[in-house]
Design a protein around this ligand. Structure first.
Ligand code: GCU
Length: 396
């Protein structure tokens, strides 16, 4: 508790970083500015937020609006029709253990339509209903037509453990290219978003894709969509978090190494910064996010407010020691502070007592969990298996 108070008290800011350090990433903990972070439990009008009703009616909506306007942009959810069509284009790589459904999801709005594709495996063993895990995959579609890269999306192991699992490629919703990201769902279905300072960008569009996959899962007779998991790594970890903040149908949200604009606190300016991400990936975040390039201290929110938008549903973060660009400590702090909503508003056993430097293994609490592993930036089996361990504990 002492530590948290320290973080929320007001410190003088360090002087603004100069032009050089905007380019060179900081990896020195001593150069991290003192943090002034907004209090999750005080509303814009100064009201103390202590009850579920006040959280959900007042403070939560304020925070959603700020993330929407200043960071991620909108995820419009209206459309006129949605339809699902099974197409059988690819040979099932695991015919002994799983059924494969390749599904085209077509959404219509204002006379136009967009079709995205999910690749979906259901266990052959057992009748279900099966819990379902969706991975937002950003690796380009495999040129040889393969649906699965087992190192990244361990379908066989998930099936053996009794899960149904699906993925979609980000590019079937919005290309991950600055010049063409609008040439998917944005220009076809939501053209009025283009040019708005808080208009939908690629991360929001990928989140929208996850919601449409969930529309399919909800109608599927063999699925228990109440035990549903949304998984994203890195850029799609950022998208998964924003999607889940907007869509309460996900019981678990797992963001692996999601870093800047995902799990990590922006105001630490450690590793990737807001300016660095906006310049390299101008198509990911709302245009308004550029206002905070090299001015993170001016942000009216920070990423510690994101886990609270998902509470009381479960949220899991993981980091890799060799992925300093994503700022593992900033990811941990974001969750440690963010889990206060689950603990203090919803009464979950979700209080993180350990400091980042004292961690000795995964922290698996009632609705929040974290691990850090050796190695580089990647989504590995070690990450998946630790997350699944957490999930089992929560489900018990
Ligand atoms: C880049 C980017 C990160 C992102 C990562 C990824 O490194 O700077 O913000 O998370 O790509 O998606 O792998």
């Amino acid at each position: 508790m002492k530590k948290l108070l320290l973080i929320f008290s007001v410190f003088p800011l360090l002087s603004p970083i100069n032009g050089m350090s905007q380019i060179l990433a900081n990896y020195d903990e001593d150069k991290v500015p003192a943090l002034i972070l907004s209090d999750p439990f005080v509303s814009e009008k100064g009201r103390l937020i202590q009850s579920i009703t006040d959280w959900e009616k007042i403070r939560r909506s304020e925070i959603v609006r700020l993330f929407q306007d200043k960071v991620y942009g909108q995820i419009p959810s209206d459309f006129e029709a949605i339809s699902f069509e099974k197409v059988n284009e690819t040979a099932n790589p695991y015919p002994e253990i799983a059924d494969l459904e390749e599904v085209n999801i077509t959404v219509k709005r204002n006379g136009k339509s967009h079709t995205m594709r999910i690749n979906f495996f259901l266990p052959k063993d057992g009748k279900g209903p099966f819990p379902v895990i969706l991975l937002i995959n950003y690796l380009p579609k495999y040129a040889d037509g393969t649906l699965v890269d087992e190192a990244f999306w361990p379908v066989q192991e998930l099936i053996r453990r009794g899960f149904a699992t699906a993925s979609f490629h980000a590019e079937t919703v919005a290309p991950d290219i600055a010049e063409t990201f609008q040439d998917g769902v944005i220009s076809t279905l939501y053209p009025e978003q283009i040019g708005q300072a808080n208009g939908m960008k690629a991360l929001g569009a990928w989140g929208w894709g996850a919601m449409r996959a969930m529309d399919y899962f909800e109608k599927h007779s063999k699925l228990d969509s109440k035990i549903s998991v949304l998984v994203g790594h890195s850029r799609t970890g950022k998208a998964a978090l924003w999607a889940s903040a907007n869509d309460p149908r996900w019981a678990f949200t797992y963001a692996n190494e999601s870093g800047c604009g995902g799990a990590a606190l922006s105001k630490r300016k450690f590793g990737e910064t807001v300016g660095a991400i906006n310049r390299r990936f101008p198509h990911w975040f709302a245009d308004n996010f550029n206002q905070y390039n090299e001015k993170e201290e001016d942000l009216p929110i920070d990423q510690h407010l994101l886990p609270g938008l998902i509470a009381p549903r479960s949220v899991y973060y993981s980091s890799a020691k060799g992925d300093q660009w994503a700022d593992p400590k900033g990811e941990y702090l974001g969750l440690q502070l963010g889990s206060r909503v689950a603990a203090e508003i919803y009464g979950k056993k979700a209080a993180f007592d350990q400091g980042f430097e004292d961690l000795e293994g995964p922290v698996h609490l009632e609705s929040v969990g974290y691990h850090i592993r050796e190695g580089k930036h990647d989504l590995t089996w070690e990450d998946w298996s630790l997350f699944l361990e957490f999930m089992e504990k929560v489900e018990k």
